[in-house]
Design a protein around this ligand. Structure first.
Ligand code: PGA
Ligand code: ZN
Length: 414
């Protein structure tokens, strides 16, 4: 029986993300009556080469960050161009979206607009077949691996108003037997950390991704707190590792690194030396963006020095862009890629990047953004592509736990 899955109509909505800044939600309806909806997130420490996130620019609304016009264009200009496309032809749909935009970096409609349409259509198609999204995206054999969560429990950098330069301190329960056990371990450590901070009279208010944001003197203090929290929760550093997102592109200035909150200027070699020391003294298994996105020599050096021992993750370096990843692979930069669909703007392009990474032995980490919604598309996508890790913030705050909760459910119904 042939099922009619043609796109019939859509609505686009200006909604708020977790920081209270507008973003885009799209609801796509097919001729068969099935529908799907998707919301896009938004970053704060964005890579320079990310696809364009379009905003209205009307300073009288949301300080220019509104998305009303973006949504209007989705309904008035994008829909007529994609109406009648079979929702199962995701590649065709995404090609059409790219052709309609026609610009190098999706400046015309915005990656936020294109991605919302792309993802909502995939959901509508999955719903047509009555399939869970991960199964529709991954097929029978594609969806068999459950990612390990990387939980950001201590925040600094641009995600917190404290004096810590490194953006994210994450715990990674590598020894857990299941996803649900990993979540439990992560949550127990998160609460152990809360108690430790309280006992020392430090703030337990949280940053954008739900991790605590205390004022500490040095990055090492944060790492000491993490290892202590792991131990007081009853675990050891063999079963729970630490991952850092340095977000060092934010520090890059005239060939040096200026740590923003301490006004300290360092060379690339000094910074690499510091990371080498941290890896000796702490159970660090992954460093994301340890160097800036322009520092290709530095990336090469750090990959040679540390790439055999730990994961070196390119976020701003690759921005989920297949071409940038291909260059990086050729030059020997990093050994893992952070995948954020809104950095590139369509599902198909995201999939191509994942595939290229996997074909070249790069680990794949599906990731949220610091400005999120409760959409959990990335959880299904992580399962579908067999990503080794999922990075979705602290095990707290609705928009963060939405991702973990979705995986808890997937695990139970596998
Ligand atoms: P962003 O940060 O979502 O604010 O860009 C997340 C990250 O750097 O991984
Ligand atoms: Zn990052």
């Amino acid at each position: 029986m042939v099922i009619n899955k043609k796109i019939n109509s859509l609505r686009a909505f200006e909604i708020l993300d977790s920081r209270g800044i507008p973003t885009v939600n799209v609801h796509v309806c097919l001729e068969n009556g099935a529908s799907g909806s998707a919301s896009v997130p938004s970053g704060a420490s964005t890579g320079e080469r990310e696809a364009h996130e379009r905003r209205d620019g009307d300073l009288f609304r949301y300080h220019g960050k509104g998305t009303e016009k973006v949504c209007r264009d989705i309904e008035e200009k994008i829909l007529p161009f994609i109406k009648g496309i079979d929702a199962g032809e995701q590649m065709l749909l995404d090609e059409r979206l790219l052709a309609l935009d026609g610009s190098e970096n999706k400046e015309v409609f915005g990656a936020n607009a294109l991605l919302a349409v792309s993802l909502a259509t995939a959901r509508a198609c999955a719903n047509t077949y009555g399939l869970p999204l991960y199964r529709y995206l991954g097929g029978l054999y594609g969806a068999s691996v459950r990612p390990i969560p990387m939980m950001n429990i201590l925040n600094g950098g641009r995600h917190a108003e404290n004096n810590i330069d490194i953006q994210e301190f994450m715990i990674v329960p590598i020894g857990a037997d299941s996803f649900s056990e990993a979540v439990r371990i992560g949550s127990e450590i998160y609460h152990a950390l809360r108690e430790l901070l309280k006992k020392r009279g430090l703030s337990v208010s949280v940053g954008d991704e739900g991790g605590f944001a205390p004022n500490l003197n040095r990055d090492e203090d944060a790492l000491d707190f993490l290892t202590e929290a792991i131990e007081t929760a009853g675990y050891n550093t063999d079963s729970v590792g630490i991952a850092l997102d340095v977000a060092a592109s934010e520090w890059e200035k005239d060939g040096r690194y200026v740590l923003p909150k301490r006004a300290l200027s360092q060379t690339c070699e000094e910074l690499i030396g510091k990371f080498e020391m941290l890896c000796v003294n702490y159970p660090i298994l992954s460093l994301e963006d340890p160097l800036g996105e322009h520092d290709r020599e530095g990336w090469k050096t750090i990959t040679e020095k540390l790439g055999k021992r730990i994961m070196l993750v390119g976020d701003d370096l690759f921005v989920t862009n297949r071409k940038l990843l291909a260059h990086g692979i050729l030059e020997g930069l990093a050994n893992a890629v952070l995948v954020k669909p809104n950095q590139i703007g369509t599902l198909t392009e995201t999939m191509y990047t994942v595939r290229l990474a996997q074909e070249n032995g790069y680990r794949v980490i599906l990731s949220h953004r610091s400005g999120e919604t409760c959409d959990s598309f990335i959880s299904d996508l992580a399962v579908a592509v067999g990503a080794q890790f999922l990075k979705a913030g602290a095990p707290a705050r609705g928009e963060r736990v939405a991702k973990y909760n979705r995986l808890l459910k997937i695990e139970k119904t596998f």
